[in-house]
Design a protein around this ligand. Sequence first.
Ligand code: SF4
Length: 280
Amino acid sequence: MTTNGYLLTPQVASELEELKVKNLQIAIDGTREVHDTRRVLMNGGPTYDRIMQNIDHLVTVWKGKIHFRVNVDRQNRDNYFPIYRALHERFQGKRIDVYPGLVRSAAGVNPDLDCHMGRLEASQLAVDMFKEVLSKADTVKPDDISRYYPQARFSGCTANMKNFYVIGPSGEIYKCWHDIGIEKMTLGTIFDEQLQNVEVVANYMVATDPFDDPECRQCSYLPVCTGGCPQLRYEKKFNKIDHDSCTKFRDRLPELLEIYYHMKQSARKDCAKTTGQPKE
Ligand code: SF4
């Protein structure tokens, strides 16, 4: 389940076990100072403290895992490192994962197009994350390693997986969460017997296949890059929006592979320290 955490009250938290919710993605926009300038109530009021208090309680009553998605764009990218540290410190020993979610311009609705980080900026963030935080950490977490190539290459996606769907707040069904609120991308609702709009499913599952894309077919990153984000490919193909859907690892592969190697080595040493046996 995906939430901004603001209404994740003790009452709601107490229902998650019974509802068999195993994973929560909670979006944060940075440390308190940054978050509260960007994610405000309609009256301009702050939200950070209440979200954190909700989570303080949540981790005492619920056994699932929290995935903190830190929304990052050009303006707050340097704030990613402090919030990464702060969340790991605050929820030490709890089942959490912190990762950067790159803010994207949604066609036609985002007036701040300039805030969107491009492919090179995204790969620079991955390099800086290693230099600023992960190279100094005593323990590199498996979740962190999995965000670097080559492990990152198989990142799954709801949009082109057969049994994955996104349920919107009114019970409407989508293939991708970027489509939430866009009527023509609604597949039906959980109250219908059948999906009403199978064309969108087919377009995501088949028509955006990188193996049918002449550029991808010539590219040596296929199949490991999996063609990048299917939703960007969809917009490129059907809405003629000129997105760059290529993997962020494309331009800096040697450097990012070295980072991956260092992180694996560090995880191996840590395992040897705790078990006496290096991890294979
Ligand atoms: S890197 Fe870009 S061009 Fe190459 S396969 Fe991936 S999406 Fe296609």
